[in-house]
Design a protein around this ligand. Structure first.
Ligand code: ZN
Length: 160
């Protein structure tokens, strides 16, 4: 069985940046399980995995356009400190989930705190970053009807 749309794929991966710094890895942890063709993972990596087989190992460089997008300065804005529930605990570098204008959940990072002004950045933390993936294909199986309907894989005792 090769990787194609509607297959549930398990991969072991390490993600590094241009400097070789590890940004994320599944090594030593559970593999990442995703539904191929459902945009569960970044586009550039999904494309590179298409047609691969169990045991294959690939190294792929994903540009921001097929990764987490370009860094957009218009996504940086200033808001009042009062807008935050835990206003007195705000710190530079904090990340939290917020609702985007399209209703999707997004990660917002605090870039600066100056008096009552808080500068927040709604770019994905990896926006503008060229992604270097080192990936090994661990398992490939057919997706169930539920998984296809939900657009993501389910675990063994995950029947929501
Ligand atoms: Zn589900």
């Amino acid at each position: 069985m090769s990787i194609a749309a509607d297959k549930v794929v398990s991969i072991e991966y390490t993600l590094t940046d241009d400097d070789g710094e590890v940004l994320d890895t599944s090594v030593g942890d559970e593999p990442l399980v995703y539904l191929h063709g459902a945009e569960n993972i970044v586009e550039g990596l999904e494309k590179a995995l298409d047609g691969k087989n169990v045991g294959d190992r690939i190294e792929v460089v994903v540009e921001p356009e097929e990764g987490y997008g370009d860094y957009l300065t218009e996504l940086v804005s200033t808001v009042d400190r009062d807008a935050f529930e835990d206003a007195d605990q705000l710190e530079v570098g904090m990340e939290f989930h917020a609702e985007a204008p399209d209703g999707e959940s997004q990660i917002v990072t605090v870039r600066a705190v100056d008096g009552n002004e808080v500068t927040i950045d709604a770019n994905h933390p990896l926006a503008g970053v060229r992604l270097h993936f080192d990936v090994k294909v661990i398992d490939i199986r057919d997706a169930s009807e539920d998984e296809l309907a939900h657009g993501h894989p389910h675990g063994e005792d995950d029947d929501h």
